[in-house]
Design a protein around this ligand. Structure first.
Ligand SMILES: NC(=O)c1ccc[n+]([C@@H]2O[C@H](COP(=O)([O-])OP(=O)(O)OC[C@H]3O[C@@H](n4cnc5c(N)ncnc54)[C@H](OP(=O)(O)O)[C@@H]3O)[C@@H](O)[C@H]2O)c1
Length: 93
């Protein structure tokens, strides 16, 4: 399979981090969004050529639009977008 470029929100933990780690390990490129880049120093140092971090709070709609436009302009392509950032609320009703 050819290499793909992924845009994944919320790569500091959980599904986003695990997915990013596996994609980078197989040779794909990942743009991952975080609120705190200190949480992903391992990805930044481990994959300097294929991993790039963008600082983003996904509740800021204008910032989301600006970031997507900037990433697309720089890379020329985004093959897959994973809107992962967020959290679940669980409780009995
Ligand atoms: N785990 C489950 O069983 C389950 C089930 C169904 C759906 N989901 C959904 O799958 C997604 C990931 O779940 P997870 O278990 O991997 O969660 P997680 O480990 O808590 O990771 C959530 C990620 O989202 C980021 N995030 C949260 N709010 C954000 C915001 N306002 N702006 C930017 N980033 C934000 C967090 O960044 P910070 O480090 O900055 O907080 C973190 O990187 C969530 O959308 C969740 O609702 C999970």
């Amino acid at each position: 399979m050819s290499h793909r470029t992924w845009l994944i929100t919320g790569v500091s933990s959980g599904f986003g981090r695990e997915l990013s780690t596996q994609l980078l390990a197989r040779g794909d490129s990942v743009v991952g969004t975080v609120r705190d880049p200190a949480k992903i120093t391992d990805l930044l140092e481990g994959y300097p050529a294929t991993f790039r971090a963008e600082i983003l709070d996904v509740t800021n709609t204008a910032a989301v639009q600006e970031m997507v436009g900037r990433v697309f302009a720089r890379l020329g392509r985004i093959d897959v977008v994973i809107s992962n950032a967020g959290y679940g609320l669980f409780g009995a009703a």
